[in-house]
Design a protein around this ligand. Structure first.
Ligand code: GRF
Length: 207
């Protein structure tokens, strides 16, 4: 079994998309070994428990430094034999300690077509507000490997979503999730688990 660990902070619809893909038999040989939430009341925790997945709240506030917090996450994941870490709406920026422990083995889903509407400060509804304010006609989602640069790591998959005349930030967020995020995140997990990707500098190639 290829074991993944999922870091969450919120509703967990992307976690649910991975759970559903596994249940549907689309991610054979893949197991969600551990889910960790940075927020105690995150609905993502209930989704994990409902699916019988080991889930735990580990709060940043209980640790003196980021390095100690990240060490706790690493210990937990290593204890479960996690080979790939999926950031699915995780609201804490990971530092060197975690990035070094899981180098080239951390992926993130971002709700825009990187390099548009990404980087520091672009999270949640703000991403979609910025896209609407710029008047772009196409947006989407991106799955990428995580490096020290916010949203700057090698791009794995992207999917476009057309913007409707009557979209507001909330409706656009919902459609980007439904039409892009929930498809490309499980797909990226599958490609990695099958050893189908190779990173060359900042470029991901299919092998
Ligand atoms: C998603 O929009 C994702 O792109 C972003 O955070 C949100 C998480 O949503 N990184 P959910 O918790 O998976 O529902």
């Amino acid at each position: 079994m290829f074991k993944i660990g999922v870091l969450v902070s919120g509703g967990g619809t992307n976690l649910q998309a991975i759970i559903d893909s596994i249940t549907a038999g689309e991610l054979s040989g893949i197991e969600i070994a551990s889910v960790i939430s940075s927020k105690k009341d995150a609905y993502a925790l209930s989704r994990a428990e409902e699916a019988g997945i080991n889930a735990q709240y580990i709060g940043r506030g209980d640790y003196k430094s980021s390095a100690e917090y990240e060490r706790a996450l690493i210990d937990r994941f290593e204890g479960f034999g996690v080979e790939l870490v999926v950031l699915a709406g995780f609201m804490i920026v990971l530092g060197e300690t975690f990035l070094n422990a899981y180098e080239n083995r951390i992926i993130n889903i971002h709700p825009a077509l990187i390099p548009s509407f990404c980087g520091d400060g672009f999270y949640g509804l703000k991403v979609h507000e910025a896209a609407l304010a710029r008047g772009v006609k196409v947006t989407g989602a991106t799955v990428h490997f995580v490096t020290g640069e916010t949203d700057g790591g090698p791009i794995i998959l992207q999917k476009a979503v057309y913007i409707n005349e009557d979209d507001d930030a909330a409706s656009l967020q919902k459609r980007v999730m439904e039409e892009a995020e929930w498809t490309i995140l499980p797909e990226a997990v599958r490609l990695i688990s099958e050893g189908r990707l190779k990173i060359e500098g900042n470029i991901v190639r299919r092998i």
